[in-house]
Design a protein around this ligand. Structure first.
Ligand SMILES: [Zn+2]
Length: 168
Protein backbone atom coordinates (compact mmCIF):
# COMPACT_ATOMS: atom_id res chain seq x y z
CA UNK A 1 0.00 0.00 0.00
CA UNK A 2 2.82 2.37 0.85
CA UNK A 3 4.61 1.73 -2.45
CA UNK A 4 1.35 2.41 -4.30
CA UNK A 5 0.96 5.61 -2.34
CA UNK A 6 4.52 6.62 -3.10
CA UNK A 7 3.99 6.01 -6.80
CA UNK A 8 0.82 8.07 -6.70
CA UNK A 9 2.65 10.71 -4.72
CA UNK A 10 5.38 10.84 -7.35
CA UNK A 11 2.83 11.55 -10.03
CA UNK A 12 1.31 14.29 -7.88
CA UNK A 13 4.76 15.71 -7.22
CA UNK A 14 5.53 15.74 -10.94
CA UNK A 15 2.26 17.53 -11.61
CA UNK A 16 2.85 20.03 -8.84
CA UNK A 17 6.36 20.76 -10.05
CA UNK A 18 5.02 21.82 -13.41
CA UNK A 19 2.82 24.39 -11.69
CA UNK A 20 5.03 25.67 -8.92
CA UNK A 21 8.12 27.81 -8.93
CA UNK A 22 9.46 25.66 -6.11
CA UNK A 23 9.59 22.03 -7.19
CA UNK A 24 8.66 19.36 -4.65
CA UNK A 25 11.71 17.77 -3.10
CA UNK A 26 12.40 14.27 -1.91
CA UNK A 27 11.56 13.50 1.70
CA UNK A 28 15.19 13.30 2.78
CA UNK A 29 15.87 16.79 1.42
CA UNK A 30 12.89 18.58 2.93
CA UNK A 31 14.12 21.58 4.95
CA UNK A 32 14.26 21.02 8.70
CA UNK A 33 11.68 23.74 9.20
CA UNK A 34 9.15 21.99 6.95
CA UNK A 35 9.78 18.70 8.73
CA UNK A 36 9.35 20.31 12.14
CA UNK A 37 5.98 21.85 11.26
CA UNK A 38 4.86 18.65 9.56
CA UNK A 39 5.65 16.78 12.78
CA UNK A 40 3.18 19.06 14.56
CA UNK A 41 0.59 18.23 11.91
CA UNK A 42 1.34 14.53 12.42
CA UNK A 43 0.80 14.99 16.17
CA UNK A 44 -2.63 16.46 15.38
CA UNK A 45 -3.39 13.58 13.04
CA UNK A 46 -2.66 11.05 15.81
CA UNK A 47 -5.36 12.73 17.90
CA UNK A 48 -7.94 12.93 15.12
CA UNK A 49 -10.91 10.63 14.71
CA UNK A 50 -9.42 9.85 11.33
CA UNK A 51 -5.65 10.27 11.00
CA UNK A 52 -5.41 13.64 9.31
CA UNK A 53 -3.84 16.75 10.83
CA UNK A 54 -2.97 20.29 9.77
CA UNK A 55 -1.19 23.35 11.10
CA UNK A 56 -1.10 26.89 9.74
CA UNK A 57 2.13 28.85 10.06
CA UNK A 58 2.82 32.52 9.67
CA UNK A 59 6.17 34.23 10.32
CA UNK A 60 7.57 30.92 11.61
CA UNK A 61 4.83 30.65 14.24
CA UNK A 62 1.93 28.20 14.40
CA UNK A 63 -1.27 30.26 14.36
CA UNK A 64 -3.78 27.39 14.18
CA UNK A 65 -3.98 23.63 14.43
CA UNK A 66 -6.63 21.21 13.30
CA UNK A 67 -7.39 17.52 13.13
CA UNK A 68 -10.15 15.46 11.62
CA UNK A 69 -13.24 15.80 13.82
CA UNK A 70 -15.91 14.50 11.44
CA UNK A 71 -17.16 11.78 13.77
CA UNK A 72 -16.80 13.75 17.01
CA UNK A 73 -18.79 16.69 15.66
CA UNK A 74 -21.00 14.72 13.29
CA UNK A 75 -19.77 17.09 10.61
CA UNK A 76 -18.55 15.62 7.31
CA UNK A 77 -16.80 18.92 6.54
CA UNK A 78 -14.64 18.79 9.69
CA UNK A 79 -11.48 17.78 7.87
CA UNK A 80 -8.18 18.73 9.48
CA UNK A 81 -7.56 21.63 7.09
CA UNK A 82 -11.09 23.01 7.54
CA UNK A 83 -10.79 22.73 11.33
CA UNK A 84 -7.48 24.61 11.28
CA UNK A 85 -8.82 27.33 8.97
CA UNK A 86 -11.99 27.82 11.04
CA UNK A 87 -9.97 28.06 14.25
CA UNK A 88 -7.58 30.51 12.63
CA UNK A 89 -10.44 32.73 11.45
CA UNK A 90 -12.13 32.54 14.86
CA UNK A 91 -8.94 33.39 16.76
CA UNK A 92 -7.23 35.84 14.43
CA UNK A 93 -9.57 36.83 11.58
CA UNK A 94 -9.04 35.88 7.96
CA UNK A 95 -6.36 38.42 6.97
CA UNK A 96 -3.54 36.42 8.59
CA UNK A 97 -4.27 33.50 6.30
CA UNK A 98 -3.21 35.49 3.26
CA UNK A 99 0.31 34.35 2.44
CA UNK A 100 0.46 31.83 5.26
CA UNK A 101 1.73 28.26 4.95
CA UNK A 102 -0.58 25.33 5.61
CA UNK A 103 0.92 21.95 6.48
CA UNK A 104 -1.34 18.95 5.99
CA UNK A 105 -0.58 15.29 6.56
CA UNK A 106 -2.79 14.30 3.64
CA UNK A 107 -3.24 15.86 0.24
CA UNK A 108 -6.15 18.32 0.65
CA UNK A 109 -9.43 17.18 -0.88
CA UNK A 110 -11.29 19.50 -3.29
CA UNK A 111 -13.34 21.01 -0.44
CA UNK A 112 -10.28 21.82 1.65
CA UNK A 113 -8.24 22.97 -1.35
CA UNK A 114 -11.07 25.30 -2.29
CA UNK A 115 -11.03 26.76 1.21
CA UNK A 116 -7.23 27.07 1.13
CA UNK A 117 -7.46 28.99 -2.15
CA UNK A 118 -10.37 31.22 -1.03
CA UNK A 119 -8.31 32.13 2.05
CA UNK A 120 -5.28 32.97 -0.14
CA UNK A 121 -2.93 30.65 1.71
CA UNK A 122 0.38 31.22 -0.07
CA UNK A 123 2.03 27.86 0.37
CA UNK A 124 0.78 24.34 0.87
CA UNK A 125 3.02 21.56 2.15
CA UNK A 126 1.53 18.10 2.38
CA UNK A 127 2.93 14.75 3.36
CA UNK A 128 1.16 12.01 1.46
CA UNK A 129 -1.56 11.58 -1.09
CA UNK A 130 -4.10 8.99 -0.07
CA UNK A 131 -6.72 7.30 -2.16
CA UNK A 132 -8.77 6.31 0.89
CA UNK A 133 -12.30 7.75 0.78
CA UNK A 134 -11.03 10.60 -1.31
CA UNK A 135 -12.56 12.69 -4.08
CA UNK A 136 -10.01 12.00 -6.76
CA UNK A 137 -9.05 15.46 -7.97
CA UNK A 138 -5.42 16.43 -7.35
CA UNK A 139 -5.06 19.64 -5.36
CA UNK A 140 -2.62 20.93 -7.99
CA UNK A 141 -5.42 20.71 -10.58
CA UNK A 142 -7.68 22.85 -8.40
CA UNK A 143 -4.91 25.41 -7.91
CA UNK A 144 -4.29 25.46 -11.66
CA UNK A 145 -7.97 26.25 -12.25
CA UNK A 146 -8.01 29.16 -9.81
CA UNK A 147 -6.19 31.88 -11.77
CA UNK A 148 -6.92 34.52 -9.13
CA UNK A 149 -4.87 32.68 -6.52
CA UNK A 150 -1.15 32.19 -6.22
CA UNK A 151 -0.04 29.19 -4.23
CA UNK A 152 3.01 26.95 -4.26
CA UNK A 153 2.65 23.29 -3.40
CA UNK A 154 5.23 20.95 -1.94
CA UNK A 155 4.45 17.26 -1.66
CA UNK A 156 6.14 14.40 0.12
CA UNK A 157 7.39 15.89 3.41
CA UNK A 158 7.44 12.99 5.93
CA UNK A 159 5.13 11.01 3.64
CA UNK A 160 6.12 7.64 5.10
CA UNK A 161 5.21 8.77 8.62
CA UNK A 162 1.84 10.06 7.45
CA UNK A 163 1.05 6.78 5.68
CA UNK A 164 2.01 4.77 8.78
CA UNK A 165 -0.89 6.41 10.62
CA UNK A 166 -3.23 4.32 8.49
CA UNK A 167 -1.63 1.00 9.53
CA UNK A 168 -3.57 0.74 12.79
ZN1 LIG B 1 -10.66 17.81 2.99
Amino acid sequence: MVSTAVRFLSSIAAEASSLCAEPPVAVAFAPAEDQAFMRLALDEARRGDYPFGAVIVRDDKVIARGRNLGKVHDDPTAHAEMTAIRRCVADHGSAVLRGSTLYATGEPCPMCMGAIIWCHVGRLVFAAATKINQIMVPCADIAANAPFASITIKAGVLADEAMKLFDN
